[in-house]
Design a protein around this ligand. Structure first.
Ligand code: PXP
Length: 249
């Protein structure tokens, strides 16, 4: 398969840091997980520096920038503090995500359409610094058009609603969500945006999304780190890679 068509896998290592932080100290080390993920076939590493630093720390980001040989996708809220950190490190990619202190995970996509002006000004220096800017959004035409207007190069479609419906056994909603993801991948691609997807993906839900030809990258974390407890990080990632390649073929 030509590299240009390859579906990339970004492994999100946040929850290695969640386990480390449960006890304080340095174990398990997310940098070690990132290096193992690279060896297992990850095309990139994703890490979310949250405002409350509940998992990934500033030192983790610094360490990742030093040790990684694959690109770092730095997820962050659109705040001044995070912008300064991104401009200091200049990661390969910056993915803007909405963030609320009280949420357990990133629950919805970013509201771009209502915040267009501010976000356009926010991403300009990040792009000038050489980072590819991605916006994490719901599969919604309005949000995709707004992301395109503000100058984002990439959108990441939120697959959470699709995955939740699957795990709740609500297959009608799951199929509707999947259809929406498919149509919006096509639409975003037709505007010239690069399309990524992620959130909540598992071995059971990854294949239909991986099969969308417009999707170029999946970012997967929580499930892989959980599965690593049972089968080890390398086999957990290798199985995801295999399912992605199989769906793509
Ligand atoms: N993509 C984005 C933008 C995210 O915020 C997250 C969660 O941090 C993921 C992908 C990965 O989601 P999960 O950990 O559920 O696989």
């Amino acid at each position: 398969m030509a590299d240009a068509e390859k579906l990339r896998l970004g492994v999100n290592i946040d929850h290695v840091a969640t386990v480390r932080n449960a006890r304080g100290g340095e174990y398990p080390d997310p940098l070690r997980a990132a290096r193992i993920a690279e060896e297992a076939g990850a095309d990139g590493i994703t890490a979310h520096l949250r405002e409350d630093r509940r998992h990934i720390s500033d030192a983790d980001i610094e360490g990742l920038m030093e040790v990684l040989s694959v690109p770092l996708n730095f997820e962050m809220a659109a705040t001044e503090e995070m912008q300064k950190i991104a401009l200091r490190h200049r990661p390969h990619a910056v993915c803007l995500v909405p963030e609320k202190r009280e949420e357990r995970t990133t629950e919805g996509g970013l509201e771009v359409a209502r915040d267009e002006n501010r976000l356009a000004h926010f991403i300009a220096p990040l792009r000038e610094a050489g980072s590819r800017v991605s916006i994490f959004i719901a599969a919604d035409k309005r949000q995709i058009e707004a992301a395109n207007r503000i100058g984002a190069e990439v959108i990441e479609l939120h697959t959470g609603a699709y995955c939740d419906a699957h795990s709740e056994g609500d297959f009608a909603t799951r199929d509707e969500e999947l259809k929406r993801l498919e149509e919006m991948s096509f639409f975003a691609h037709s505007l010239g945006l690069e399309v990524h997807a992620g959130h909540g993906l598992t071995y059971d839900t990854v294949s239909p999304v991986a099969a969308f030809p417009e999707v170029r990258e999946l970012n997967i974390g929580h499930f892989l780190i959980g599965e690593a407890i049972f089968r080890g990080l390398v086999p957990a990632i290798e199985e995801m890679r295999r399912l992605m390649d199989e769906a793509r073929a």
